[in-house]
Write a protein that binds this ligand. Structure first.
Ligand code: HEM
Length: 428
């Protein structure tokens, strides 16, 4: 009776706003923390923090080659809380990459990307690419050695794309090398175009979650529904408070990196891409650019966008890893591909000198196709093994392929980040 009374009460303005995001009542399983780990919501929160701190940074930042670096120094040394705001922005950006990637992993492995959620997966992937783009464009703005050479490395990788590579890289840079035009291009993208696009896409993304009836849940006859106020909203408030508190503490003890001012005539050794692109830089060290900069990224991109649309045989929407067998396959493929990629990197660096052994061959064969086959053949063997020996279904095999791609990329990224020193040589 008391509940009915409170249902009839007119919602406050805040409640009305929140009701655009949430329905009035929600399946009790949807608000269990381990269903979503709050990762989508935390990504949205980080976006808000990034916009607020970014707006504050704009008061003192000057996007010109002559003044950018000095304006950052002035912000850090002369503005009250300048260093703190810059570190908060930096840490939120790093967290945004990690958290939205974990959110991608969550929706994928909890089988929440199929049928009516397929479209949202596509918007999500576009947003993931935009997270990288936003982070990358922000990377250049301090105009220090780290920024200048990281952007130089990445735009040089873009040049490897046949036919359009050079003109695309020149458009991104606003010239043949990283200069004042690049800074201005990146500044416009970082502070204007990308945030606006984000707001639009996030709106569509949230609306599609509601249109699909909320987060994906396993089939169940009896559904227990609870009111969004206070059950879900309370959890959201708590999560917000915890995330903000953690970021504030971290920003007080960790300072965003700043090396000496950019010097186009003195490249640091090694020159590394931003950490999230290091997997791509690592790949380029081992495989011919036709494979590492074109075929593999293109194939992986098409694969991820097509993921919800393959012909699956045994979908279990909302069920983590689809089945127990799925869980086993994912754990095995993650371990196998991580270890195998690591070993292959080591062998290609120290023992497998295909460029010398097959010196008469076209380089895209000797340093492209051959090492590529060396990777793909055992992976295909593992997939056949799971199919034959464990009777893995199409859904589980696709999960294995996705896991192999992600795990190999993470392995390459970590090797490049932690184990490469001068001349980009392995340090062991
Ligand atoms: C970058 C900013 C992003 C924000 C702010 C965001 C936000 C959200 C929120 C709040 C939800 C509701 C439930 C939850 O918290 O999981 C959600 C669901 C979803 N998101 Fe995202 N998301 C982002 C990126 C992505 C990415 C990178 C992908 C995948 C490529 C993705 C795919 C999905 C899908 C498929 C759902 C529906 C899941 C379900 O029904 O269980 N999102 N997102």
């Amino acid at each position: 009776m008391a509940n009915k009374e409170s249902d009839k009460r007119t919602p406050s303005t805040i409640e009305k706003f929140l009701l655009h995001l949430h329905p009035q009542r929600i399946d009790v399983r949807a608000i269990k923390f381990t269903r979503t780990f709050g990762l989508g919501g935390i990504s949205a929160l980080l976006f808000v923090i990034l916009c607020l701190t970014g707006l504050l940074l704009r008061f003192s930042y000057v996007p010109t080659v002559a003044d950018a670096y000095d304006s950052i120094l002035a912000l850090e040394n002369k503005s009250i809380f300048g260093k703190f705001i810059r570190s908060l922005h930096y840490l939120s950006a790093v967290s945004m990459i990690i958290i939205s990637f974990l959110h991608l992993i969550r929706v994928y492995y909890s089988q929440s990307i199929f049928k009516k959620r397929a479209e949202n997966w596509i918007y999500g992937l576009i947003m993931m690419l935009m997270v990288f783009a936003a982070s990358f464009t922000g990377y250049l703005l301090p105009w220090d050695q780290l920024a200048y050479w990281a952007v130089t490395v990445i735009t040089q990788i873009i040049e490897y794309i046949p036919l359009i590579g050079h003109s695309f890289a020149n458009t991104v840079r606003g010239g043949t090398e990283v200069n004042g035009n690049t800074l201005l291009n990146f500044y416009s993208l970082h502070t204007g175009i990308l945030p606006i696009l984000f707001i639009v896409l996030m709106g569509i993304h949230f609306w599609l979650v509601r249109k699909a009836g909320g987060v994906a849940l396993p089939q169940q006859e009896e559904k227990v529904k609870v009111k969004v106020f206070p059950n879900l909203v309370w959890k959201e408030v708590m999560t917000t408070a915890i995330v903000v508190a953690v970021l504030f503490v971290l920003a007080a003890v960790i300072t965003a990196p700043l090396l000496e001012q950019a010097n186009p005539h003195n490249s640091p050794n090694p020159s590394k891409a931003p950490w999230y692109f290091l997997g791509a830089q690592e790949l380029l060290l081992h495989l011919h650019p036709v494979f590492s900069a074109v075929i593999i990224p293109l194939a992986a991109g098409i694969y991820f966008f097509a993921l919800p649309y393959f012909r699956y045989t045994n979908l279990n929407i909302g069920v983590w890893f689809n089945s127990n067998k799925g869980k086993r396959v994912v754990v095995q493929s993650a371990t196998l591909s991580f270890v195998f990629t690591f070993i292959l990197i080591y062998l290609l660096e120290h023992f497998l000198h295909f460029d010398i052994w097959l010196s008469g061959w076209h380089s895209w064969l000797s340093t492209g196709l051959i090492p590529f086959i060396l990777y793909v053949a055992p992976v295909t063997g593992a997939l056949l093994y799971w199919r034959k020996k464990h009777m893995a279904q199409v859904t589980e095999l696709f999960m294995a392929i996705t896991t192999i791609i992600l795990s190999s990329y993470i392995c390459m990224m970590l090797v490049s980040l932690l184990l490469r020193g001068e001349g980009m040589l392995l340090i062991f």
